[in-house]
Design a protein around this ligand. Structure first.
Ligand code: HEC
Length: 147
């Protein structure tokens, strides 16, 4: 009975519009989570995890990276207004890549994490190509040499 009540309450909570309180902008989520946590995985070979404690840290890193994708789905400063469905789709690429890295980290599978590098990079670049203002559209810093 008690469990039913809880289920009912959970249902009500889902039915109501959730009142999030976003604190950071998209750029700040990038700089505080997506960027440093993905870097830690991209360059994991520089200081490979050895102890259980090291692996726990890698697990949390991958976990936070994945969750950063969920945080990007919340309304917050910097979420583009165009193509909301495409945005969620791109956020999910990051969640999926991060979740796969988390799974590999739980299995203490260094090669598994390395094998996910390109999927991870793709999740970043796909969204940046779709939504990051001026991404890859900047003029070259120096003009190309004359032929
Ligand atoms: C769902 C979309 C999305 C995903 C996924 C995403 N980004 Fe971003 N990123 C953006 C947008 C949009 C901006 C521009 C934010 C702005 O300037 O307001 C940005 C900006 C950045 C910046 C520049 C921040 C600044 O202001 O200097 C960095 C660094 C960055 N992203 C790294 C990453 C990395 C690394 C990943 C993958 C692990 C990633 N991003 C995944 C959308 C995304």
């Amino acid at each position: 009975m008690r469990a039913m009540g809880l289920l009912f309450l959970a249902g009500v909570a889902v039915a109501q519009a959730p009142s999030y309180q976003p604190v950071g902008s998209v750029a700040q989520i990038m700089l505080s989570m997506s960027y440093p946590f993905s870097d830690a995985l991209f360059y994991i070979e520089r200081d490979p995890p050895k102890t259980d404690h090291d692996w726990t840290n890698i697990q949390y890193t991958a976990l936070m990276l994945a969750e950063s994708g969920n945080l990007l789905m919340m309304p917050r400063l910097g979420v583009p207004t165009k193509d909301p469905e495409g945005w969620i789709k791109d956020c999910k690429l990051l969640v999926e890549a991060g979740a796969a890295a988390y799974k590999a980290a739980r299995a203490k599978d260094l090669n598994g994490i390395l094998a996910l590098n390109s999927q991870l990079v793709d999740s970043c670049t796909t969204c940046h190509a779709d939504f990051r203002p001026n991404y890859r559209r900047r003029p070259p810093a120096t003009p190309p040499p004359a032929k």
